[in-house]
Design a protein around this ligand. Structure first.
Ligand SMILES: Cc1ncc(COP(=O)(O)O)c(C=O)c1O
Length: 396
């Protein structure tokens, strides 16, 4: 079976089959071993020098990593994928592999707090200059990306305000100056967005979220050409943030249903966004599926089949009213993370206080009353009714 012939929902089920030829078990076996023996010295050396070749030492790769990587690479239209122990391990490993002291990195003002902290606390400390740019301002990208820029880190839709970056336009600017472009596509997943086809060089995922899909594992992924993955792999071995076999198996099990889950997540998120848009208890709603969202046109051009399962809204009355609204939700629980089958809500200004100071929160547009809601796959009508009732109870 040639994976190039298969559509995403079929690839999710069969994208690892060629790799597992000869295995009778329909579900993949789990390899709970740290190391692999070989009677053949040449095969042993090959396994030690090939990213995620299935059988040398688990920090170097494992059959379970390779199974999940085959499916994810196929979905992204990529040659290769490297799985890591978390989304942050993917972002830090890719970045530290590609930049050196004296280089420059351009990233978005609005990004996951951990990525912002990588720039401000780690890269700067090691002599890598960084510039944060408003993601929808192409003139600002044009000014920020210079011949010293090695890497442009994008995230779209972005956490937590669902900003949209025009990947193709930024990639054109970056490539003209010799920089690589990596896109954190966690919120979109390959079901809704394929950054490599839009011109990016690498896709990064917190696979903890939708790819795993059940709030029961931490994982990350770096997806791209074989050449780039081979360039990143030695740094991955040194940093050691590899994915364990059981988590890789669990990730693949979760991914089997990604297409169905994303359809439900995105449909419900749009319904909640529409119900809150213009509601008197809400100052504004952030969701790229709403025609009034500033990134709607770009998102419609570069995403397919939906806009993702996360939305944000500012509750009238500030931080206290936002916390009352979250407490009043009967379905969504107050919890970090997103992308699981259950709805989760958080107040980013509280959650990210350790990673971003007040100024950084303000620059990223994170108001005290902002609620980030990741809708689950519960009945859509129940979720909409619950969120609206909670906002009304909190602002009455
Ligand atoms: C967009 C995005 N990227 C990266 C991460 C980090 O992923 P992890 O928690 O798996 O390290 C997160 C976590 O929330 C995220 O939302």
């Amino acid at each position: 079976m040639d994976r190039d012939d298969l559509r995403p929902d079929s690839l999710l089920i069969h994208g690892d089959r060629a790799r597992r030829a000869g295995q009778a078990s329909v579900a993949p076996p789990i390899y709970p071993t740290s190391t692999y023996a070989s009677d053949d010295p040449e095969a042993f050396t090959r396994a030690a020098t090939t990213p995620q070749d299935a059988g040398f030492y688990t920090r170097y790769g494992s059959p379970n990593q390779a199974d999940a990587a085959a499916v994810l690479a196929g979905l992204e239209g990529a040659e290769a994928a490297l799985l890591t122990a978390s989304g942050m391990a993917a972002i830090t490993t890719a970045t530290l592999a590609l930049v050196s002291a004296g280089d420059h990195v351009a990233l978005q003002t609005s990004v996951y707090g951990g990525t912002a902290a990588l720039a401000s606390e780690v890269l700067e400390r090691f002599g890598v200059r960084t510039t944060a740019v408003a993601q929808d301002d192409l003139d600002a990208w044009d000014a920020a990306i210079t011949p010293e820029t090695r890497l442009v880190l994008l995230e779209t839709p972005s956490n937590p305000r669902l900003g949209v970056t025009d990947v193709t336009a930024v990639a054109e600017i970056a490539h003209a100056r010799g920089a690589l472009v990596a896109v954190d596509s966690t919120f979109a997943t390959p079901i809704h967005q394929r950054p490599l086809a839009l011109g990016a060089d690498l896709v990064l995922h917190s696979a903890t979220k939708y790819l795993g899909g059940h709030s029961d594992l931490l994982a990350g992924a770096i997806v791209g050409s074989t050449a780039l993955i081979e360039r990143i792999w030695p740094t991955s071995l040194v940093l050691g943030g590899t994915l364990g076999s059981f988590e890789a198996w669990l990730l693949l099990r979760g991914m089997r249903t990604l297409g169905m889950r994303m359809a439900r997540h995105s449909g419900t998120a749009l319904a909640v966004a529409q119900a809150l848009d213009g509601h008197p208890g809400v100052v504004h709603v952030d969701y790229a599926g709403l025609p009034g969202h500033p990134g709607h046109d770009v998102a419609t051009r570069q995403m397919t089949g939906g806009y993702g399962g996360v939305l944000a809204f500012e509750v009238r009355g500030g931080g206290a009213a936002a916390e009352r609204a979250i407490s009043a939700m009967r379905i969504a629980r107050r919890a970090a993370s997103l992308g699981g089958v259950e709805s989760l809500a958080v107040r980013p200004a509280a959650m990210w206080a350790t990673q971003m100071d007040e100024g950084a929160l303000e620059r990223a547009g994170i108001a005290p009353g902002l609620v980030r809601l990741a809708v689950g796959v519960e009945d859509p009508d129940d979720v909409v009714a619950d969120v609206v009732a909670a906002v009304e109870a909190a602002t009455a």
